[in-house]
Write a protein that binds this ligand. Structure first.
Ligand code: ADP
Ligand code: MG
Length: 255
């Protein structure tokens, strides 16, 4: 298995006035290309902090994160933003959709930064919204959809241009158990179909069961790493059009 993400001696200390909070305390982890990895731990254990470091949303106090040989912690703001635009998709607990935009426009928005023309952006968005079962909700705005539907829009947004890495922070945190099962099967299925690397953060052991590997975190440390047989149920389909929408991109932050 090929290592895609290499985390070494990672430490994060938040300073709150006089107080220090050690959120991450010496994390070492290799994440493999194409795996679905879960960071599991109770509230406050440091999961989101770790995810944010890997995604370049925040800088570590110490240590390093290499993604395909690029030291994320050394990139400046503009470089890290570019890196995310080219390589990363996000699914959040609270969906984080733009309220004033309909489903198609929410999904198509991020494609602007890839220099894809409007017609193609819209076509890509419509296609993936159909794939996630929202063919009849294309023009709906977030507040005109259920939580599960909004999360499917956010999944469509995360996967529309088949990023190398998809991050999901408590993706089922606001959903009922039946919808959670649908959503987990959907995101894991999409990641598997395109050999994407997926990192899921959750406090819920049942959600963790969808992963190929479960990394348990407590007090900012890894306490256990175990291989898992995913409970993912879905079809792995061969997608002949896989690379059709990929833009040629020779910029240095593309991995
Ligand atoms: P989890 O996602 O596992 O619930 P977090 O990574 O959000 O945990 O938080 C880990 C610890 O770091 C907690 O004690 C939290 O209070 C603290 N923490 C997180 N973000 C900040 C911040 N921006 N400022 C200060 N403390 C923070
Ligand atoms: Mg969290």
């Amino acid at each position: 298995m090929k290592t895609l993400i290499k985390i070494r001696d990672l430490k994060k200390v938040f300073r709150m006035g006089q107080e220090k909070v050690v959120a991450l305390n010496g994390i070492n982890l290799d994440i493999y290309q194409g795996e679905v990895l879960c960071l599991l731990g109770t509230s406050g254990s440091g999961k989101s902090t770790l995810l944010n470091m890997i995604a370049g949303l925040d800088k570590p106090t110490k240590g390093s994160i290499e993604i395909a040989g690029i030291h994320i912690e050394k990139l400046n703001e503009a470089q890290v933003t570019k890196f995310r635009q080219l390589n990363v998709g996000f699914v959040f607990q609270a969906y984080n959709l733009i309220q004033g935009l309909n489903a198609v426009d929410n999904v198509a928005l991020g494609l602007i930064f890839k220099g894809i023309d409007k017609k193609k952006r819209q076509a890509m968005a419509v296609q993936i919204l159909k794939d996630v079962g929202l063919a009849t909700r294309l023009k709906h705005k977030p507040n005109e959809m259920s939580g599960g539907q909004q999360q499917r829009v956010s999944i469509a947004r995360a996967f529309v241009d088949q990023p190398k890495i998809v991050f999901a922070d408590e993706p089922t945190g606001n959903l009922d158990s039946k919808t959670s099962i649908e959503i987990m099967n959907m995101i894991v299925g999409m990641a598997k179909n395109h050999n994407q690397t997926m990192i899921i953060v959750t406090h819920d052991p049942q959600t963790a069961e969808y992963a190929d590997r479960i990394v348990e975190i407590k007090d900012g440390k890894i306490i256990e790493i175990k291989d898992n047989v995913s409970i993912f149920k879905g079809e792995k389909k061969d997608d002949e059009d896989e690379d059709e929408n990929k833009e040629e991109n020779n910029e240095s932050q593309a991995i």
